[in-house]
Write a protein that binds this ligand. Structure first.
Ligand SMILES: [Zn+2]
Length: 284
């Protein structure tokens, strides 16, 4: 897709993306729910805000997302307030083709990088056809969901619209979500070099929950980055016996100070915060 088209497509909204309010701060706050959906080899994270906005960060590979998402949304909910495409790799975005068909997505956050796959092209076509407003991610982008919930995007540092990254994983959207004293860090498939660049900034990374980068691969999850997050729980979103050998055994050893929860073993992993502490929810 030509760069000029992408710039026109994404440019206007990116100007408006500095601080986006989703909340109504006079409404009562309840809990923040985060679910690492079991989509096999890939990532899909569903978040329900205290004021009931729903966000979906990645949608996994094709053919996996609808059953675990339906479990969280129920039969009647059809609206997703914000979808985030961390990066265009198939194990993160192919599921959006099904999600876009069945759900009403209010806004989409993405990097706007060029990526020549049929899945990504189809998703961009659907976004354009449905005229869904897009927001371009950069480190200045933050979302206020009301009730004290802030999503702080810290990677990419600047807009990547129209760029062709040498390493698609290095162009992942990474974010820290905070609610009261609780926090969560999500880095998509962010690589070790980008972790290192982030550590040079003043970005606060501390969080009780960290979804290990790149399904627990050794190309992510440096000891320094993990120490900066210093989580109590490390999540691995990967398929059982996947061909990439995720998670990497050395990474698991490196992060063993945290409780490790793998979607391949647990199925979907649901955590709820009341703003003071996280609680793991057992599925029946
Ligand atoms: Zn991936």
């Amino acid at each position: 897709m030509p760069i000029k088209f992408l710039c026109n497509f994404f440019g206007i909204l990116s100007l408006l993306a500095i601080f986006i309010f989703f909340g109504f701060s006079n409404l009562p706050s309840e809990n923040l729910e985060v679910v690492f959906l079991d989509v096999g080899q890939g990532d899909a994270i569903f978040i329900r805000m205290p004021q009931n906005q729903k966000i979906l960060i990645d949608a996994g590979p094709a053919g996996e997302i609808l059953p675990p998402l339906a479990e969280e949304l129920g039969f009647f909910e059809r609206k997703i307030d914000l979808a985030i495409l961390t990066h265009p790799d198939t194990d993160h975005i192919a599921g959006f083709v099904e999600v876009l068909k069945r759900f009403e997505i209010e806004k989409i956050l993405l990097t706007g990088v060029q990526h020549e796959t049929e899945w990504y092209r189809e998703i961009l076509r659907q976004i354009s056809k449905k005229e869904i407003p897009t927001i371009i991610a950069d480190a200045q982008t933050d979302f206020d969901f009301g009730g004290g919930v802030i999503l702080d995007i810290f990677w990419p540092m600047e807009s990547l619209v129209g760029k062709i990254p040498a390493d698609a994983n290095a162009a992942s959207i990474a974010a820290r979500l905070t609610f009261g004293q609780t926090a969560l860090v999500l880095t998509g498939d962010l690589d070790v070099n980008s972790e290192k660049e982030t550590l040079k900034t003043s970005q606060n990374l501390s969080a009780q929950i960290f979804k290990l980068g790149h399904h627990g691969a050794a190309t992510s999850n440096s000891a320094e980055f993990f120490a900066a997050v210093n989580p109590e729980i490390a999540i691995v979103s990967a398929g059982a016996e996947n061909k990439f050998n995720h998670p990497n055994p050395e990474v698991l050893e490196r992060v063993k100070s945290a409780e490790i929860l793998e979607t391949a073993k647990e199925g979907s992993v649901k955590l709820v915060s009341d703003g003071v502490a996280w609680r793991l929810i057992e599925y029946q």
